[in-house]
Design a protein around this ligand. Structure first.
Ligand SMILES: Nc1nc2c(ncn2[C@@H]2O[C@H](COP(=O)(O)OP(=O)(O)OP(=O)(O)O)[C@@H](O)[C@H]2O)c(=O)[nH]1
Ligand SMILES: [Mg+2]
Ligand SMILES: [Zn+2]
Length: 290
């Protein structure tokens, strides 16, 4: 049976790309026989039926994300605007934790840098992320996109981030052939509206990039608060060095993480964000099981 990759799903219609680079639509055959429902990025086996193509099997996934719903990506691009909406390091950290927990490498893409001054404190924040080992790409109107292109090269990337940060605008800038719908300026200033409505992989920059719908609220139910510490780069060298083995790095004595913050080895913001995200994840877990 031939193999193809799902590059787009709109309601029950799947767009497939096969090994000969042919693009065509398909339906999920005998839905009940498919053990898992297909998502964008999945490799599937398909069969030609009278008049249409049917997906018969979803092949094992290398990795997957729930929000955005996608499988088999090499990296996730966490998109955050400098302004409109305002940069939130808590949101960046929370997304990076979820992405690393899924076994995927996050890359931070900061958009709309044309809206802030060159000595804005945000640049210090970005330096902190770089010092922590994160790849950070700066973009904005009138800025070259070479750095973004080098991140995309040869990889399958998924865009993730709030509504209105400029994910679709980024894809449009990669190649003139793209004309994805983006938020109008008037709407962007008002309350959030989701412009992109489905996940779709686009070929660009020598790789593939998935545009996705943004989100407006945070979902923590997927996150085990006690595993979080493993997904914060800056924490890694100090894990296992606290007095208590189950130290959550809150108020416990002889905590190696808290000491590292005092010694300026872990940025204060990273630690504060950890505490905030830990609390939210714990509360989400508790309400889920009530
Ligand atoms: N000044 C400035 N505006 C930008 C930049 N990138 C995007 N925008 C504007 O930001 C608004 C939102 O951009 P979109 O690309 O629609 O955002 P999105 O992340 O795709 O939003 P959803 O599809 O709702 O998730 C639009 O009005 C864009 O013109 C940028 O680098 N600089
Ligand atoms: Mg969009
Ligand atoms: Zn500790």
């Amino acid at each position: 049976m031939p193999k193809a990759r799902i590059i787009k799903i709109v309601s029950n219609q799947y767009t497939l790309l096969n090994e000969n680079k042919a693009e065509f639509t398909a339906v999920a055959m005998g839905k009940l026989r498919l053990k898992k429902s297909p998502v964008v990025g999945d490799f599937v086996r398909y069969e030609q039926h009278e008049g249409n193509v049917g997906i018969e099997e979803v092949l094992p996934r290398k990795n997957s994300l729930v929000r955005p719903l996608i499988a088999n990506v090499d990296q996730a691009l966490v998109v955050m605007s400098a302004l409109k909406p305002e940069f939130s390091s808590v949101l960046v950290d929370r997304l990076c934790i979820l992405i690393r927990a899924a076994g995927i490498e996050p890359v931070l893409i900061v958009t709309k840098l044309d809206l802030i001054v060159t000595d804005d404190p945000l640049y210090r924040t970005l330096r902190e992320y770089r010092d922590g080992g994160m790849r950070v790409v700066e973009v904005g109107r009138d800025r070259p996109i070479d750095d973004l292109l080098s991140v995309l090269e040869g990889k399958i990337s998924v865009l993730t981030g709030q509504s209105g940060v400029g994910k679709s605008s980024l894809v449009n800038r990669l190649d003139l052939k793209f004309d994805l719908e983006t938020q109008e300026i008037s709407k962007a200033l008002g309350r959030g509206k989701h412009t992109t409505r489905h996940v779709q992989l686009h070929e660009a920059g020598g790789g593939w990039i998935a545009d996705t719908p943004g989100f407006s609220s945070m979902d923590f139910t997927q996150l085990d608060p006690d595993l979080m510490e493993n997904y914060i780069n800056e924490f890694i060298p100090f894990l296992g060095k606290c007095r208590f083995r189950n130290c959550r790095h809150e108020n416990e004595p002889d905590c190696a993480i808290k000491q590292a913050v005092v010694d300026n080895k872990i940025p204060q913001t990273r630690y504060d964000n950890y505490l905030a995200i830990y609390k939210m994840a714990k509360e989400a877990k508790e309400t889920q099981y009530q």
